[in-house]
Design a protein around this ligand. Structure first.
Ligand SMILES: Cc1cc2nc3c(=O)[nH]c(=O)nc-3n(C[C@H](O)[C@H](O)[C@H](O)COP(=O)(O)OP(=O)(O)OC[C@H]3O[C@@H](n4cnc5c(N)ncnc54)[C@H](O)[C@@H]3O)c2cc1C
Length: 486
């Protein structure tokens, strides 16, 4: 990575084009013929998750079975939990994973930047990639970003992680963890199966609504909320070689003006993965809101947008409600239960992305685990907790997160006009900067320079919004940065 200096903020020369002009105009002309009933986007997807075909090693609870105590018990078989279990077991730790359904397919549609996945050697587990990404700022301006995007093969990646876990000796216990009790040097997890698991270290990987992680500050999150569908459609206006990261157009509200006032205040955008000419994943997304924008409102906006684009749903294959808490304080650090993923506050506070972060930090945490729990080490209790949490939340990561949290607070306060102006300037940054920001790769100094630059180049309205509406979050960020630097 190069170092960032102000002169390197050269603007990339995106060509401003009318977004997907010919086809979207054509589609829009069909819109008056599409009826509400043809846009039934509330149809539930199949309720039962698919079961993956992997031969797991199960925890043996018969008396006398070994091990009686694990080095690590990971609660939750989401992407973060499984990757951590696999990485810890690879380093010869005795690991058990508890989940009510370890073999169930993951439910979410995950999108990631291809370079991030390739850096971990996981790019074979992308089932679709797009060489370019598009951001539609408004009816006149589209930016084409030269950064490939991919859709994770949920079943492929989960099967791979389960197989790797099994081949490195991870055991599984099918149950819900109910309670975690900590003694001085070990912990006990009571499970819905009636069994109790014992471990030197318990890691909570249960996602955002973790019941085991403590907070010592008020949790004033923002929320990303979205309604997504994987659908067979009559046609769609999007280029097959471009993933649509954001479409901030609101022309679909011309014919449904009652939607406009709230959208101007709390805007939503369309995120779309065109899989082929008639199969597409579509998601109407509120980047961040507080209080949470209503789900019904989001669905209404999506219906209006699809109607305007001439997209007629033939079959909804899957639907998902996405609700991601963003920003807010980190969990209490340290605490007896370690965490990873959503439970550890790893979600990017300005974007809602997290899956890569959990996957890439798992080896870092596993390394710290082995330094404490490996066969020649005897670090336990308070020292262990301290070492684990500080391996995850280093000073630099905490400071960068303060910054991203401030970014979220700023986005919360921008209306549609301000949001467009922000992303217009943001995606004109040098690739190193915007990619680094989205992938949490920038140092604090780089983040500071980036924000000064963005502020300097924002519209006067956007500047005024930031100055007049963000002093409280700014003071909080500055205060927290000062505390963390001492
Ligand atoms: C709909 C949706 C779409 C998303 N899309 C993206 C995206 O495109 N890109 C991105 O980067 N991020 C995305 N995210 C954000 C984030 O990456 C995901 O939420 C991700 O799944 C979090 O991973 P995790 O491993 O922390 O937890 P989860 O994936 O939530 O997994 C938690 C696991 O813990 C288990 N569990 C829960 N409670 C217990 C218990 N008491 N005992 C035992 N097991 C338990 C659950 O069964 C589950 O298997 C999305 C989030 C949502 C909700």
């Amino acid at each position: 990575m190069g170092t960032l200096q102000l002169p390197s903020f050269l603007l990339t020369s995106h060509k401003f084009q009318k977004p997907f002009q010919s086809r979207s105009t054509k589609s829009a002309s069909h819109s008056s013929r599409i009826h509400q009933s043809s846009l039934d986007i509330s149809r539930p997807a199949s309720a039962k998750p698919e079961m993956l075909d992997v031969d797991l090693r199960w925890h043996d609870h018969r008396p006398g079975a070994r091990p009686t105590e694990y080095d690590v018990v990971v609660i939750g078989c989401g992407p973060s939990g499984l990757r951590l279990a696999e990485q810890a077991a690879r380093r010869c730790l005795r690991v058990c994973c508890v989940d009510p359904s370890p073999l169930a397919a993951w439910p979410n549609n995950y999108g990631v930047w291809v370079d991030e996945f390739a850096a971990m050697g996981l790019d074979p587990f992308l089932d679709k990639t797009w060489p370019m990404t598009a951001v539609i700022v408004d009816d006149r301006r589209t930016k084409y970003l030269n950064r490939p995007y991919g859709r994770i093969s949920r079943n492929g990646l989960k099967t791979h992680l389960l197989q790797e876990c099994t081949s490195h000796g991870v055991e599984f216990h099918q149950a819900k963890a109910w309670e975690v009790k900590h003694n001085e040097f070990s912990s006990a997890i009571s499970c819905s199966s009636g069994y109790e698991l014992k471990a030197n270290l318990v890691v909570d990987a249960t996602g955002f609504s973790s019941p085991f992680i403590e907070y010592d500050k008020k949790r004033n999150h923002g929320y990303q909320i979205a309604h997504g569908i994987l659908a067979e459609v009559n046609c769609h206006p999007f280029d097959l070689d471009k993933m649509l990261l954001m479409d901030w157009r609101d022309s679909h509200m011309d014919s449904e003006p009652y939607l406009r006032p709230q959208n101007s205040k709390t805007p939503t955008f369309l995120y779309a993965m065109p899989l082929n000419s008639t199969l597409i994943f579509l998601e109407e997304t509120s980047l961040v809101s507080r209080p949470i924008l209503s789900y019904t409102e989001i669905k209404r906006r999506m219906t209006a947008r699809l109607r305007h684009l001439g997209i007629k749903l033939k079959r909804v294959i899957e639907d998902e409600k996405c609700l991601i808490p963003m920003g807010g304080p980190l969990p209490k650090i340290p605490q007896s239960t370690m965490a990873i993923g959503g439970a550890a506050g790893l979600v990017h506070p300005s974007t809602g992305y997290m899956v890569v972060r959990g996957l890439e930090l798992a080896p870092v945490i596993a390394e710290a685990m082995v330094e404490c729990l490996g066969s020649t080490r005897m670090v336990r209790g308070r020292q262990l907790r301290h070492k684990m949490w500080s391996s995850l939340w280093t000073g630099e990561r905490k400071r960068a997160r303060e910054f991203y949290w401030f970014g979220m607070e700023m986005l919360l306060r921008l209306d549609l006009k301000g949001t467009r102006s922000f992303f217009d300037a943001f995606f004109d940054l040098d690739n190193y900067c915007w990619e680094g920001f989205l992938s949490s790769r920038l140092s604090l100094r780089e983040l500071l320079l980036l924000s000064l630059y963005l502020f300097g180049n924002a519209s006067s309205k956007c500047k005024w919004d930031i100055v007049s509406k963000c002093p409280v979050p700014f003071v909080r960020m500055a205060g927290n940065l000062a505390i963390q630097s001492t």
